[in-house]
Design a protein. Structure first.
Length: 364
C-alpha cells in the first residue's frame, strides 16, 4: 500500500486518512469491480459521471437463510467476466479505453474478495494500466458524489456526518474530505441490518429479511408493540438487546396464541422498524448537534429502508439541516461507488501493487 494509511473498522477510529489532491480528472475512465459479499458488480465512470453499473445478485443463498461464503465465491467466478463485459458494453467502451481499475480490497468475505482482486490485477497487468484498491465502507459514503446524466445532483459539503448502516455495520462517520473519515460511533455488538434479518428469520419471513420487514411494516401500526432500546454511552449503538427483547415477546405471546405472529405480522414489523430507526436517528442527531454539523447523509444497505429515509428527511426539516439520501441503486453493494472512491484515491496519488492482498478487516 505504499505510504498511505488504510485503517478500518470496529476496533479502529479511522476508515482512512490520506493527504493529497481530491480534484478528479473529468476525462478519467475508471472501471470499478465489487465482490465483497454476494453481489458481483462492475461499473464505468468518466470522472465522477456514471456510464454503466451492472450487478449480478446471487439467489442461491435464500435457501440457507444467509450468505454461504463458498457458494458466493463460486458464483463470483462465474459472474465476473460477463458482468465486466456487460458494463463495458453499456458504457459503449472497449477495455482498451480504460485508464484505471478500482477494486474492493475489503472488508468482506475473503473468498469473494479474492475473485474481484485477482481479476482486477490480471486486467491491470494485461492492459498495462494502474489500479487502486478501495475500502468498501468508504465507497458507500462516496456514492453520494456520483453524478448521472445531464442534471447535477446536490452533494454534501465537507465536513458532514454519514450514518453508515448495513447488515454488517452501523456507524456514524465524520467525513472531513473524500479520504479523511473518522468513525465517531459504532455498534458494540450487532448491526442494524443484522437485527432486521434475524428478527425476520424468527418470524419466518425468509432472507434477506430487511426488505420484507420494510414492506410489511409500512402496512402496520408502528406503536403497536414496544421493544427494548439499549442505553449506550456516547454515539455507539447496540442492537443485541433489541433482538432479545423481540425474541422474548414472540416467545411469551406464542405460548398464549400459536397464531400470534401470523395475526400481528404487519404490526410487529412496523414496531420493530420504528424502534431501529429511532435508535439510529437519536445518536446521529445528537452527534450532529454536539459537533455543530448541519449536513448529514445515510449510506449502506439499510439506507434503502423507507422509514429510515423518511426519518432523515424529517430530521433535516426539523433541524434546518441538509439531509442526503442516496439513490436506491447505490444503497446495495455496487461497483459505481467503488469506481468513485477509486477516482478520488487515484487523484490523491494512491496506487496498488500486485502484492496487495484482500482483507476481511484491518486492525491497528
Amino acid at each position: 500500500m505504499g505510504g498511505e494509511i488504510v485503517i478500518f473498522v470496529e476496533v479502529s477510529t479511522y476508515i482512512m486518512s490520506m493527504e493529497g489532491n481530491y480534484e478528479i480528472d473529468g476525462e478519467l475512465v475508471v472501471l470499478g469491480i465489487e465482490s465483497s459479499c454476494d453481489d458481483t458488480s462492475a461499473a464505468v465512470l468518466r470522472g465522477n459521471r456514471l456510464l454503466s453499473n451492472v450487478i449480478a445478485s446471487q439467489k442461491v443463498h435464500e435457501a440457507y437463510g444467509g450468505v454461504v461464503p463458498e457458494l458466493a465465491s463460486r458464483a463470483h467466478l462465474r459472474n465476473v467476466v460477463p458482468v465486466v463485459s456487460e458494463a463495458l458494453r453499456r458504457a459503449e467502451l472497449r477495455a482498451e479505453d480504460l485508464d484505471l481499475i478500482a477494486y474492493t480490497r475489503g472488508p468482506g468475505l475473503l473468498g469473494s474478495l479474492l475473485v474481484g482482486t485477482s481479476f482486477a490485477k490480471g486486467l491491470s497487468e494485461g492492459l498495462k494500466i494502474p489500479m487502486v484498491d478501495v475500502n468498501h465502507l468508504q465507497a458507500h459514503v462516496l456514492a453520494h458524489f456520483i453524478q448521472e446524466g445531464e442534471v447535477e445532483r446536490e452533494v454534501p459539503h465537507f465536513p458532514f456526518l454519514c450514518l453508515l448502516v448495513s447488515g454488517g455495520n452501523s456507524q456514524i462517520v465524520l467525513v472531513r474530505s473524500p479520504l479523511d473519515m473518522e468513525i465517531i460511533g459504532k455498534t458494540i455488538d450487532d448491526a442494524a441490518g443484522e437485527a432486521f434479518d434475524k428478527c425476520a428469520k424468527v418470524m419466518g419471513l425468509g432472507y434477506p429479511g430487511g426488505p420484507v420487514i420494510n414492506k410489511l411494516g409500512n402496512e402496520g401500526d408502528p406503536f403497536a408493540f414496544t421493544f427494548a432500546e439499549p442505553q449506550i454511552a456516547g454515539y455507539d449503538y447496540s442492537f443485541s438487546g433489541l433482538k432479545t427483547s423481540f425474541l422474548y415477546k414472540l416467545r411469551d405471546e406464542l405460548a398464549k396464541d400459536p397464531h400470534f405472529v401470523e395475526n400481528n405480522k404487519a404490526d410487529l414489523c412496523a414496531s420493530l422498524q420504528r424502534t431501529i430507526v429511532e435508535i439510529l436517528m437519536k445518536k446521529l442527531s445528537r452527534a450532529a448537534k454536539d459537533l455543530g454539523i448541519k449536513e448529514v447523509a445515510v449510506a449502506g444497505g439499510v439506507s434503502a429502508n423507507s422509514a429510515l429515509r423518511d426519518a432523515m428527511v424529517a430530521y433535516g426539516e426539523r433541524s434546518g439541516s441538509r439531509a442526503f439520501i442516496p439513490p436506491f441503486a447505490y444503497t446495495t453493494d455496487n461497483a459505481a461507488m467503488v469506481a468513485m472512491a477509486g477516482a478520488y484515491r487515484f487523484a490523491s496519488g494512491a496506487r496498488s501493487s500486485m502484492a496487495d492482498a484482500p482483507f476481511s478487516k484491518v486492525v491497528i
